[in-house]
Design a protein around this ligand. Structure first.
Ligand code: NAP
Length: 356
């Protein structure tokens, strides 16, 4: 085996786009997964190699034995899957990347910072559209500035859906992030989920409504800005009044581990119909307000959000292979700065200060 970048969850949507983007960069992925036939089919589409393993525990054992340079974990929920894989990576000095975008998984990854520094390896979490697109805008707007008072980030993904099932990785992650949260007075605090709805006019003139949904974006925007108050919102928050009314009950129910895994298994099998991308671009958006009243707004424009996720993970892997990282646990723009998103194909649109 010559390739050094392993992609766990090798048969999934994210793994496929990551492998394709790695190939575009001249790098070969090793797709690691539990179904040899489907792995082989995916590898053929993307020019990858394969490593069939029966479970993530077996994948971790292989990491300890074969020391890949970089491991990209696409198997959510990451609060469950990351610890064992990161432990294996730390033991042999492999760099670790995952696509987490929920509060619990990002918090857990940040806690790994000191151990990662000691082991001399890099842990990158949030290596997907949501965290990278919104935190990049915040890093850009706050560059060289004191800590602001208030930050709001909005993510507006545009993704083409394939026919198939949603899958346990995605549903498990979604159900795990149904608790309302925001940063208040510098601390993570409970909040109403799907509140603070705002009608946004995108730079292309179209409009979307976003509402609060606590996610990895919230923590990444807080770290990037050090603002006292932070809110993260998304156009994916359900707008139906009925759903919003049911939320408190639903999120309480989903705190039960047994009920959540039962619901995850059932929803994961629900058939999803193919759907075209709803708009040409995906957007990351941020509004930063300082205590003197100055407000800056910025947008990051990119294409399909899933493709961007692939480009982000592939570019991070390329940089870590080339020794361009540093030991510790980070989100992408926190480590590589605001230009990182541009090297993944995105463009900033920054209106003049004062002209929101
Ligand atoms: N940060 C972001 O912006 C971003 C963007 C995209 C995705 N994501 C996250 O990335 C994750 C994957 O999304 P996806 O759309 O790629 O999902 P997907 O298409 O369902 O792929 C998931 C992969 O994980 C494997 N898997 C699931 N449970 C497993 C387990 N218990 N042990 C071993 N392998 C397991 C699946 O293997 P089988 O085929 O064998 O079941 C499949 O290969 C989700 O958590 C999602 O939330 C984040």
């Amino acid at each position: 085996m010559t390739a050094q970048i392993w992609v766990l969850g090798g048969t999934g949507r994210s793994a496929r786009t990551i492998a394709a983007q790695l190939a575009r960069l001249g790098l070969t992925a090793v797709l690691v997964g539990r179904d040899a036939n489907r792995l082989h089919a995916t590898a053929q589409q993307t020019g990858s190699e394969t490593l069939p393993v029966p479970s993530l525990t077996a994948a971790a054992a292989e990491i300890r034995q074969r020391h890949p340079a970089v491991v990209i974990n696409t198997v959510g929920p990451f609060t469950t899957t990351a610890p064992g894989v990161v432990d294996a990576c730390r033991a042999v000095g492999s760099h670790y990347i995952d696509l987490a975008n929920d509060v619990a998984a990002l918090s857990a990854a940040y806690e790994m910072h000191d151990a990662a520094v000691q082991a001399g390896h890099t842990v990158i979490t949030g290596a997907g559209f949501g965290v990278t697109a919104t935190e990049s805008v915040v890093v850009k707007l706050c560059e060289g500035r004191p800590a602001p008072l208030r930050v709001r980030v909005d993510m507006v993904p545009s993704i083409a859906m394939e026919e198939g099932t949603a899958g346990e990785a995605l549903i498990g992650t979604l159900l795990g992030s149904l608790q309302g949260r925001r940063i208040t007075d510098g601390h993570l605090a409970p909040a109403r989920i799907f509140s603070d709805a705002e009608r946004l006019t995108l730079p292309d003139g179209s409009q979307v409504t976003t509402a609060s949904m606590p996610s990895g974006e919230l923590l990444a925007a807080h770290r990037a800005s050090r603002a006292r108050h932070v809110l993260s919102a998304t156009s994916e928050a359900p707008s139906s009044a009925l759903f919003r009314a049911m939320m408190p009950t639903l999120s309480t129910l989903m705190r039960s581990e047994r009920l959540r895994s039962f619901t995850t298994r059932h929803l994961a099998r629900v058939h999803v119909r193919a759907k075209e991308r709803p708009r040409d671009h995906s957007w990351g958006h941020g509004v930063v307000t300082w205590s003197d009243g100055e407000t800056r707004e910025g947008w990051l424009r990119l294409g399909d959000a899933q493709e961007f996720t692939g480009a982000v993970s592939a570019e991070i892997a390329r940089r870590l292979l080339a020794d361009k990282g540093r030991p510790g646990a980070y989100t992408p723009a926190a480590l590589f700065g605001p230009t990182f998103a541009e090297s993944c194909g995105a463009t900033y649109l920054l209106p003049q200060p004062g002209r929101r």
